[in-house]
Ligand binder design. Structure first.
Ligand code: AHG
Ligand code: MN
Ligand code: MN
Length: 336
């Protein structure tokens, strides 16, 4: 990781306000929006920390639209985000991994933004105390103000049009990372005072560490080229790190260097991860940090979604590592 160490203590609100001061067109709306997400993040962090003692661990018994078992904390996190965003009046609708359809927000008719999120990423790690997270995307609304608020047109935008994206990680500490396209900024929650404090501004991906993160348990279903790629990495002495929470694997690789891969396979050519809630927001951050993200053929940020819950293969991390698997895949496709 390379980054500029802040020379003074700054809360996330002070940091955004300072940056907005340099932009005469800024309305303060974005500050309010990010503050709402930070507030939801603090509440989710609190819930996550108390999960084992508050009877909020375990399954609800329902499945979400993607056929996955829903955990109680998935729904709690989903509700905390909606509850924090709705009163701002800045958001016309939200899209969530835990909601089948876009959800119009009360008071959101004149909201200029749409927000999409994975409320709780890494649900399978909730019960075992491993890091989990929240991933969010903020797009500018495309439909006219005052019109119907849950239009798919507003939701189905390419990552290249993101106004901002970020994530929270609930790990040994709670951190919030975001970008608006002017660098990547990292804040750490000081639980004593309940504020996110700037710890690293303008974070850059470190391309020094030779690490790959993939679920090799699935490797027998992979495309041969993905298998060949991982064998090459092994021969070159790479280490493997995989916890099974995308946020945690991504965050570690962002700070230390490395590549995360969740390839497609014959049964699920688009893999598991969701374009709008997981791949695109993290791709924006990775590119801002100097790294890259691809589905094996295209830049993730160039993919224009056609469905809300669309999945995509994902290779994301240090630029030279992403270039390597991308050229191997393109070469293999050309000779088929
Ligand atoms: P979610 O908990 O939001 O459904 O996401 C789970 C994702 C992601 O966090 C992780 O990288 C991946 O699932 C792990 O899948 P495998 O168990 O197949 O490795
Ligand atoms: Mn997820
Ligand atoms: Mn989730």
């Amino acid at each position: 990781m390379t980054s500029q160490q802040p020379d003074h203590l700054s809360t996330i609100t002070q940091f955004i306000l300072e940056r907005e001061r340099d932009r005469p067109d800024a309305t303060g709306d974005f500050t309010a929006l990010l503050n709402a997400i930070a507030l939801a993040g603090k509440r989710i962090s609190h819930d996550v920390n108390r999960a084992g003692i508050a009877d909020i661990i375990g399954l609800t018994g329902d499945e979400n639209i993607q056929g996955e078992q829903v955990q109680k904390l998935d729904l709690i996190a989903n509700a905390q985000l909606e509850r924090a965003l709705a009163p701002t009046g800045l958001v016309c609708a939200i899209g969530s991994e835990e909601e089948d359809e876009p959800v119009p927000l009360e008071k959101g008719e004149n909201g200029r933004y749409v927000v999409l999120y994975d409320p709780l990423d890494g649900s399978s790690n909730i019960d075992v105390g491993a890091p989990i997270g929240t991933i969010f995307s903020i797009y500018r609304r495309k439909t006219p103000l005052g019109s119907s608020t849950n239009s798919l047109e507003d939701m189905l935008q390419a990552g290249a049009d993101l106004a901002a994206s970020g994530y929270l990680i609930y790990g040994s500490s709670t951190m919030l990372v975001y970008t608006t396209g002017e660098g990547v900024h990292l804040f750490t929650l000081d639980p004593q005072i309940g504020e996110f404090i700037l710890t690293n501004s303008d974070l850059k991906d470190d391309n020094g560490t030779r690490v790959y993160s993939a679920n090799e348990g699935h490797s027998l279903t992979w495309d041969p080229v993905d298998l060949e790629w991982v064998s090459q990495l092994k021969e070159e002495g790479y280490s493997s790190r995989y916890i099974g929470s995308l946020v945690a694997d991504f965050h570690r690789n962002l700070l230390r260097g490395g590549i995360f891969a969740y390839p497609g396979n014959n049964a699920s050519p688009n893999g598991k991860l969701r374009l709008l809630y997981e791949a695109a927001p993290l791709a924006f951050i990775m590119e801002q940090a100097g790294g890259k993200a691809t589905d094996g053929k295209r830049r993730i940020l160039d993919i224009k979604p056609t469905e809300l819950h669309q999945r995509t293969p994902l290779y994301i991390g240090t630029a030279s590592e992403v270039d390597r698997i991308m050229s191997m895949r393109l070469e293999a496709a050309a000779t088929r």
